[in-house]
Ligand binder design. Structure first.
Ligand SMILES: [Zn+2]
Length: 218
């Protein structure tokens, strides 16, 4: 099943690659890059963290750290070979820290055009509001405030025991809409929106597919 998915993505990659080479246009190159990334994600997806290092290891913190460092060594050495082009973000996003969400997949784009703030439950406290305002000062034209289905932070906020254990998180989740209103009322943000220089959108993400399932329409 997994292999079939990999082959399907690889086939799509090949087709798009041929189109990209044939056309040599930016859109085709963008699609080819996305297809290659999707292939990589599908190849890695079902591997357990210790499949390839020490199969019987207990997941001690030191083991996890050592693997983290080893993966960084490899990945950063590749980056040194292929340095990325500095980009100027036009979009800022607020996304839950849920590991099932991947901003690259969500946007279909791994270029550096996105500022991303990740907080459990997409909390938008005073500090996060300042971060987004800073992003706007740096040229951002679109802010996407996301929530997602099956959010553990939102579940915790509706559970008595969890509410007692995580009072600040709970308050942040319950006051989410209030914080969005606060943010939109900030003078710099309101002025930019009025001037047509900034748009703020609220969307709901389907966690299973990363599809935007609400709030997409203008
Ligand atoms: Zn969440």
């Amino acid at each position: 099943m997994v292999l079939r998915q990999v082959w399907r993505v690889a086939l799509a990659t090949g087709v798009i690659g041929a189109v990209a080479v044939g056309l040599g246009v930016p859109r085709a190159r963008f699609l080819l890059g996305g297809a290659l990334i999707s292939t990589g994600l599908r190849v890695q997806d079902h591997l357990e963290p210790y499949d390839f290092t020490h199969a019987d290891a207990v997941e001690r913190p030191i083991d996890v750290w050592n693997e983290f460092v080893a993966q960084n060594e490899l990945s950063s050495s590749l980056r040194a070979w292929f340095p990325r082009t500095p980009e100027h973000p036009l979009v800022a996003m607020l996304v839950c820290m849920d590991s099932r969400l991947d901003v690259g997949e969500l946007t279909g784009d791994t270029r550096g055009y996105y500022y991303v703030i990740r907080t459990a439950g997409s909390l938008l406290g005073a500090a996060e509001q300042e971060m987004l305002e800073l992003a706007v000062a740096n040229g951002v034209r679109l802010i996407v405030l996301t929530r997602h289905t099956d959010c553990a932070a939102e579940r915790a906020a509706s559970d008595d025991a969890a509410r007692a254990r995580y009072p600040e998180l709970t308050r942040g989740v319950l006051e989410h809409d209030l914080h969005i209103k606060e943010f939109l009322a900030r003078p710099v943000i309101a002025a930019k929106i009025d001037a047509g220089e900034l748009m703020v959108k609220e969307v709901l993400i389907d966690t299973g597919t990363e599809h935007l399932i609400a709030g997409v329409k203008p």
